[in-house]
Design a protein around this ligand. Structure first.
Ligand code: HEM
Length: 391
């Protein structure tokens, strides 16, 4: 079995075994990647950006489609460009802007749940449409095009470059048409907003000045694409994962219903124990040492944050779901300069959605066989049949 074909359960068993042996694994002779399984080591790699770069462009193919997207996709850029672009979007993503979205998020959730009935696919009815509608509205992109965004995300997520793979030409070829379609769609949207600006975030990005210059269309493509894709697939994952965990621990439903103040901390625990992104990538900027292992300059590293979030050195009884866990310094949103910019939005969406589910259903159970994405890419259901008893 390779890491590419593991189930979720097998992935956790594998990470557990690796973590028990050593927090960092790297054998120069046989490995392309150094792999990090310990919490402290993952924390260091995330926070010490001068040692660990997020720019892995030399590992991805030299194709115009990738290069266009990369220009503004600041998740894969280092300072100073990362900080300039992130600073630009942060101004439009203030805590007040996010908090003001709460009534709209509640309305969208209610409309979606009204159509849901008692037997439904939680992904189709709620976990997918809610975050995609919210982020598309923020970006001024027609929400009716969401089947298209779903197709893009599905294609990009199914192309998994796992721990034991190097960049595979066939995978790259399979993604190119999707990248092309997405780039063209976003470019059209950006150009139309430049001509007729509105109050949305894309219009803001066409107008904003960074160091005396406005951003170019090609810089905005990766930027908007990153927000559009990162802005929904992960929250979809979180909502589905929450329902799965509540199905495993049904006694939590009445506890949460009776004490809504526990909802935010339950969400943090769901993020820790079923982290949507199992791993992040970095590259050693120079020869360095991590967890007692020498990592030569240029080596790519996989930081298994799903493993770090189960490290006994950081969390007591880490395999147990404990909604009262405090503190809970999980790494599901990353750490350091790339800490998820959408975390406040994701937390708000999850809080509203979970509260509305608790209002509507006294019981909610998985009723059938869910389907999942490859857990090595993203821990997320793509089909989640549930049965709810009305409250
Ligand atoms: C449960 C939901 C989410 C999870 C688990 C999640 C996870 C993450 C993680 C782990 C990172 C760090 C990546 C790294 O260090 O390499 C990240 C960064 C990022 N996330 Fe999220 N995310 C979520 C929701 C969102 C939402 C709703 C948005 C947009 C509205 C968003 C936009 C971004 C962006 C733009 C970055 C890059 C930040 C930077 O590089 O400075 N995310 N996210």
């Amino acid at each position: 079995m390779t890491t590419t074909t593991m189930s979720y359960q097998q992935m956790h068993e594998w990470m557990h075994g690796m973590r028990e042996k050593a927090p960092v694994h790297f054998d120069r002779e046989s490995n392309v990647y150094a792999q990090v399984f310990g919490y402290a080591e993952a924390f260091t790699a995330l926070t010490e950006y001068k040692d660990f770069s997020s720019d892995l462009s030399d590992l991805s193919p030299e194709k115009p489609e990738f290069e266009l997207f990369r220009e503004g996709s600041f998740i894969n850029l280092d300072p100073p460009v990362h900080d300039q672009l992130r600073g630009t979007v942060s101004k439009a993503f203030t805590p007040k802007v996010i908090a003001d979205l709460e009534p709209r998020i509640a309305t969208v959730t209610d409309e979606l749940l009204e159509q849901a009935g008692t037997e439904f696919d939680l992904v189709e009815q709620l976990a997918y449409p809610l975050p995609v509608i919210v982020i598309a509205e923020l970006l001024g992109i027609p929400t009716s095009d969401r089947p298209l965004f779903r197709k893009w995300a599905d294609t990009l997520l199914s192309q998994n470059i796992a721990a034991d793979d190097v960049v595979d030409d066939a995978l790259v070829e399979a993604v190119l048409p999707t990248m092309h379609e997405m780039n063209e769609y976003l470019l059209d949207h950006i150009r139309s907003r430049r001509r007729n600006p509105g109050t949305d975030l894309t219009s803001h990005l066409t107008l904003v000045e960074s160091e005396g210059r406005t951003l170019t269309d090609s810089q905005i493509v990766g930027f908007v694409g990153l927000l559009l894709i990162a802005g929904h697939i992960t929250t979809t994952a979180l909502l589905g994962n929450s329902a799965i965990l509540l199905d495993e621990r049904p006694e939590l439903l009445p506890e949460l219903r009776a004490n809504r103040e526990l909802v935010p901390q339950a969400i943090e625990e769901f993020l820790r124990i079923r982290s949507p992104f199992p791993r992040l990538a970095r590259k050693a900027r120079h020869d360095l040492e991590l967890g007692g292992v020498t990592v030569p300059a240029g080596t790519p590293l996989l930081l298994w944050i799903a493993s770090a979030n189960r490290d006994t050195a950081q969390f007591s009884a880490p395999d147990a779901l404990d909604i009262h866990r405090h503190p809970n310094r999980h790494l599901a949103f990353g750490k350091g300069i790339h800490f998820c910019i959408g975390a406040p939005l994701a937390r708000l969406e999850a809080r509203v959605a979970l509260n509305r589910l608790l209002d509507k259903y006294s019981g909610l159970a998985v009723a059938g066989e869910p389907q999942f994405f490859n857990p090595m890419s993203i821990t997320s259901a793509k089909y989640l049949p549930v049965s709810g008893s009305l409250a």
